[in-house]
Design a protein around this ligand. Structure first.
Ligand code: NAI
Length: 260
C-alpha cells in the first residue's frame, strides 16, 4: 500500500510521529521527517520550528514535488503558553498544509493528529470559529488574551486547538476533491508518550477519572497504524472524518451523555 510512496511526517522525532515513520518505511515508503528535535529513523530530515512562519515557508520551498501524503503529528502539550500551543497545534499545521498543497501529488492524503480533547467542538463553536478566522501571521497573543486563554485553567488552549483542527478537517472534506486529495484526522485518547505526564498535570482530577475507567493508556503502536491507514489508498473514501482511536473513551463519553 505504501511501497514507493513519499510521505512527510511532522513530529517524527518522538512518540506517535516516530512510530508512524517506522511503519511507513517498513512498508516501503520514503519518509521525510520534520521536527524541532533531530529525528533518527527517517530517510530525510528537516529540523524546523513549526510555530515559525518563515521556517515553515522555507521548509515548503525545500520539499520536493509529488509528495503522496502529509502526516501532521507534531504537537505540544497544554503545559506550554496558550499562544505556543495554538501556533504549533493549529496555525502552524494549517500553514504547512495549505502551503504544501501545490507540491502534493494528485490522490495524496493528509492525516492530522487531533485528540479526544477535540471531542467537544460543537459546544465551543463560537470560540472555534474565532480561532479558525485567524492564521499564523495574525496576532495570536491578542486572540489568547481576548479569549482568556492565558488565564484559563485545564488546558483550554490545547482543547481549543484540537477542536478547531477537527472542525477545519471536516470543513475541508471536499476542498481538493478534484485532485482526489483527502484530509482526515485521527483522535487518540491518552497515549503513553513523553507528553502524557503534561496532560495529567494539566487536567488534574479529570485525567485521573479517565484513567480509572480505562484499562490502560494507548501506545504509539496503537495509534500509528491508524495514521498509516489514513495515508493509504484503502482510506480514500474517508473525507473530513475523525478517526477515534481511544480505547473506547469517546464511546464511553457518548454513552454517558445520552444515558445509554
Ligand atoms: P511527543 O512529544 O512524543 O511528540 C511530539 C513531537 O512534536 C516531538 O518530537 C516534538 O519535538 C515535536 N514538536 C513539538 N513542537 C514542535 C515545533 N514547534 N516544531 C517542530 N516539532 C515540534 O508526543 P506525541 O504524544 O507523540 O504527540 C503527537 C501528537 O499526538 C500531538 O499532536 C499530540 O497533541 C497528539 N496527541 C497525543 C496524545 C497523548 O496522550 N500523547 C493524545 C492525543 C493526541
Amino acid at each position: 500500500m505504501h511501497k514507493g510512496k513519499t510521505y512527510v511526517v511532522t513530529g517524527a522525532a518522538s512518540g506517535i510521529g516516530a512510530e508512524t515513520a517506522r511503519i511507513l518505511r517498513g512498508a516501503g515508503a520514503t519518509v521525510i521527517g520534520v521536527d524541532r528535535n533531530p529525528a533518527a529513523g527517517v530517510d530525510r530530515f528537516h529540523q524546523v520550528d513549526l510555530s515559525d512562519p518563515a521556517a515553515i515557508d522555507a521548509l515548503i520551498a525545500a520539499l520536493p514535488s509529488g509528495i503522496d501524503g502529509l502526516a501532521n503529528i507534531a504537537g505540544v502539550p497544554p503545559t506550554l503558553p496558550a499562544g505556543t500551543v495554538l501556533r504549533v497545534n493549529l496555525f502552524g499545521l494549517q500553514r504547512l498544509t495549505l502551503g504544501l498543497i501545490p507540491k502534493l501529488a494528485d490522490g495524496a492524503s493528509i492525516a492530522n493528529l487531533a485528540s479526544l480533547a477535540g471531542f467537544g467542538w460543537a459546544g465551543a463553536l463560537e470560540q472555534v470559529k474565532a480561532a479558525l478566522a485567524l492564521s499564523l501571521g495574525d496576532d495570536i497573543e491578542a486572540f489568547c488574551e481576548d479569549q482568556g486563554l492565558n488565564a484559563a485553567e485545564g488546558g483550554r488552549s490545547y482543547f481549543l486547538g484540537k477542536e478547531a483542527l477537527v472542525v477545519w478537517t471536516m470543513q475541508n472534506r471536499w476542498t481538493w476533491r478534484a485532485r482526489d486529495i483527502t484530509m482526515n484526522c485521527i483522535s487518540p485518547g491518552p497515549v503513553d508518550t513523553p507528553i502524557l505526564g503534561d496532560f495529567v498535570q494539566t487536567l488534574g482530577d479529570r485525567a485521573e477519572e479517565d484513567m480509572k475507567v480505562m484499562d490502560r493508556a494507548g501506545t504509539p503502536q496503537d495509534v500509528a497504524p491508524v495514521v498509516a491507514f489514513a495515508l493509504g489508498k484503502e482510506a480514500k473514501w474517508f473525507r473530513g472524518a475523525n478517526l477515534t482511536v481511544d480505547g473506547g473513551m469517546s464511546g464511553h463519553i457518548l454513552s454517558n451523555i445520552h444515558g445509554l
